[in-house]
Design a protein around this ligand. Structure first.
Ligand SMILES: [Fe+2]
Ligand SMILES: [Fe+2]
Length: 295
């Protein structure tokens, strides 16, 4: 397999449709380790996906006509179709959060306004750089989710598949926005400057969402529980601290997402999810990229 050509995605980016059902009656309310803080944290992330991923797709699509490389054009079609499917499934999940009297619709509407405002005030180039930055986050979190066994013990069996599938596809398409940025002349200073700016906005909005979710669920005052949750996520042995080296790689001038080699991880999870004995083998339908592309 060649790793010298940055535009080539050797494993491909196959969009898959799952049609998952999320029913509050059938699901444990605190579906991650029976822990309200952690369950609401994953719920908060889910709330950011529909609007966020529509923003990513618009940012990449804006530059599609400037791309000559046929492999990258195929990858863009896969990226757009995968993100469209993620939006769809997370909308279904978020509808369940609404049923549970969590402020899903409210936060979705606020994020819609925020991103409409960002779109009015920024250039297409900056929005593409912000997409590269956030795709770096989703790639790192996706890889973490696939590699760390803790999730499989902590998450409810009805909830885990949507996260594994999403994590796999974020890993599969992690190079696409970056390649579009590079092939259309995006530079280093804007890329890393936008990462810094995007991180501030992303962290602030996620923190706001988490606080609003905790408040709506009557959990905000449970200090010990919430500190334990924060420690699970960001503490010395937490999920995210170990990602800081890979996160900082983004600031190197010669960085490319492919340098974090995830090919074996992708192949192993494709088999575990969609292979002959795969967890989701009966649910998955492959999507024709052209159909979604034209939507
Ligand atoms: Fe996604
Ligand atoms: Fe993505």
């Amino acid at each position: 397999m060649s790793t010298t050509d940055n535009s080539a995605n050797a494993l491909g980016i196959p969009p898959r449709r799952l049609d998952m059902r999320f029913d509050a009656q059938e699901m444990e309310r605190y579906w991650y380790g029976q822990d309200p803080f952690l369950t609401l944290f994953w719920g908060s992330l889910s709330l950011l996906f529909p609007e966020g991923e529509r923003f990513f797709v618009a940012a990449v699509r804006h530059y599609r006509d400037q791309i000559q490389d046929p492999q990258l054009l195929t990858d863009i079609a896969g990226f757009i179709a995968q993100e469209a499917m993620h939006t769809r499934e997370h909308e279904a999940l978020n509808a369940m959060l609404n049923q549970q009297h969590l402020p899903a619709a409210e936060i979705d509407a606020q994020l819609h306004k925020l991103l409409a405002w960002v779109t009015r005030l920024t250039s297409p180039r900056l929005r593409l750089a912000a997409t590269c930055a956030l795709e770096h986050y989703t790639a790192l979190m996706g890889e973490q989710l696939l590699r760390d066994q803790r999730h499989q013990h902590m998450a409810d069996a009805k909830m885990l598949p949507v996260w594994l599938w999403h994590a796999l596809e974020e890993t599969e398409h992690k190079t696409v926005a970056y390649d579009v940025y590079e092939q259309t002349g995006g530079g280093y200073a804007l890329r890393v400057g936008t990462m810094a700016l995007t991180t501030v906005v992303f962290v602030a909005f996620t923190a706001y969402t988490q606080v609003r979710m905790l408040q709506a669920d009557g959990q905000l005052g449970k200090v010990r529980q919430n500190l334990r949750g924060l420690n699970y996520l960001f503490g010395p042995r937490g999920l995210f601290l170990g990602l800081s080296g890979k996160f900082l790689d983004y600031f190197k001038p010669g960085f490319h997402p492919r340098q974090h080699d995830t090919d074996a991880l992708v192949e192993s999870w494709r088999e575990r999810l969609f292979g002959a004995q795969g967890l989701l083998r009966d649910q998955v339908k492959m999507v024709k990229t052209r159909t979604v592309q034209a939507a």
